[in-house]
Each structure stands twice: as C-alpha cells, then as structure tokens.
Design a protein. Structure first.
Length: 139
C-alpha cells in the first residue's frame, strides 16, 4: 500500500516540470541542471538562478540523500489523508548535486524516527497506473 492515499490528486505538471515527471514515470529521479554552469535546481524553472542561462539538461540523482528538514502532520489537510495520520513530509537534499532538494516522505519512519541529517534511500511508489512518486526509506 502506498504511503499516501491514491485518492490524493496526481501531479499536474507545467511545461517546465513535464520532463521531471516523465522521468519519474520511468522510475528515474532527475533534476534540471544548467547546461552552461552545471547548477542543479528544483522545482524546474526556465532560467538558471545562478547564471541566467535558459539552456538546461536533466541529470540523474544519486540513490542516497539526506533529510534537510521535515514535519510530522497530525491534522488532515485533505479528507483522504485522515486514515494515514500522522505522516511525515521530508525535504530531502542531495549534497552531490549542489544540495538540490526534493519534498517527499520517508515511508518507513514513524513520527519519532525522523531526524535532520538522516540518510535516506530512494524508492518508488506507484500512485496510480503509470504515475510513480519518488519516496525514501531510512538507509
Ligand atoms: Zn547556470
């Protein structure tokens, strides 16, 4: 069973975000990387925040990241999440990719298990048919 209920809305990507989600559908976690200065960024944007270049490519994320920060949700923000309370929302950072960060969940960590700096490993969950979400387990 997925960490979050499948009744939650699926991603609805913008033009800039579409390659990210197309790669997720292939269970590839990728981040936008500036083709001129190499800076990684997320969420995807049309312009590099470092050098203002509009040229970009997509680079694979490593399997391991670390929890930059997190919260544990005790109050439902959507009717569908009531059965899974409390759940965590983690911001996972990838130090090798200039610290680019992804909002996700650590699916095998209870509320008291979460720690800033905790090493986590990428796993994939199928949200609905063909829609894969990058999630994490404790390393
Ligand atoms: Zn750049």
């Amino acid at each position: 069973m997925p960490y979050m209920p499948t009744e939650l809305p699926a991603p609805n990507p913008t033009m800039d975000e579409r390659p990210f989600w197309e790669n997720c559908a292939k269970q590839r976690l990728t981040f936008q990387r500036c083709a001129d200065c190499g800076h990684y960024r997320h969420p995807p944007t049309p312009v590099c925040g470092k050098c203002r270049s509009t040229r970009c490519e997509w680079g694979d994320a490593p399997e391991m990241g670390e929890v930059f920060t997190y919260t544990v949700v005790h109050h439902p923000s959507h009717e569908a999440v009531k059965p899974v309370l409390p759940y965590n929302i983690a911001v996972v950072a990838f130090p090798e990719l200039n610290g680019v960060r992804l909002v996700s969940n650590v699916i095998d960590a209870g509320p008291d298990d979460m720690r800033v700096g905790m090493k986590v490993r990428l796993v994939w969950e199928e949200h609905t048919a063909g829609v894969f979400l990058p999630r994490f387990r404790r390393a």
